[in-house]
Design a protein around this ligand. Sequence first.
Ligand SMILES: C[S@@+](CC[C@H](N)C(=O)[O-])C[C@H]1O[C@@H](n2cnc3c(N)ncnc32)[C@H](O)[C@@H]1O
Length: 215
Amino acid sequence: MRLRNITGAQEIIQKCGYVINNPEAAKGHWSQIFGNENPVHIEVGMGKGRFLIDMAQTHARINYIGIEMYDSVLLRAVQRVTSLENPPGNFRFIRMDAKALTNVFEKGEIEKIYLNFSDPWPKDRHAKRRLTSRQFLECYRQTLLPKQTVEFKTDNKDLFLFSLQEIKECHWILDACTSDLHEDETMNRGNIMTEYEEKFSLEGNPIFKLIAHYE
Ligand SMILES: C[S@@+](CC[C@H](N)C(=O)[O-])C[C@H]1O[C@@H](n2cnc3c(N)ncnc32)[C@H](O)[C@@H]1O
């Protein structure tokens, strides 16, 4: 998702108390940013922030960090927070390309990584930009706590099959997998919908989901 450039977006983002403007300085110190030792869960490719904020409102004892590459998209998440009467304190946003994740998180600083409806990058030559490519899996391995999981949802079958293949080739363990999340009682329990998930499922598309960890 890339929205039209919006004048003043950068300034609004920088002034928002929920945005961490110099995330490299927080590496190894995320508990100080949140003021507690609660686990940190991140969403890579957060988009407009609906999932992240809903998760933060639902799970008060988890700290959430949403990572988004574009100012124009992050601005929408910031506007969503501003419109809330009582925003929770357990989330933050970062504007960055997730390929620099290891500059921002120490090994073991993240307990869970969510990837929701990641851009499919259908051309083979762009495969390494997919957020489930081996290059990104390596970033996740280097920042996750041992044996903790990546959870990935998509409506895109080709991207899902690619992801299963990458996981296998990189020696990750597949913990759970479904090709129709909303019909899978076990995997759908507690599911919080993302913006894209709602749109695609209303169009009648099944949602794929996998959960995996590095052994
Ligand atoms: C298709 S949208 C999905 C948004 C949201 N997760 C949802 O499910 O509604 C994918 C988002 O990932 C962001 N993105 C893609 N590659 C990224 C990267 N390397 N680092 C950070 N964000 C990225 C895009 O800018 C876009 O906003």
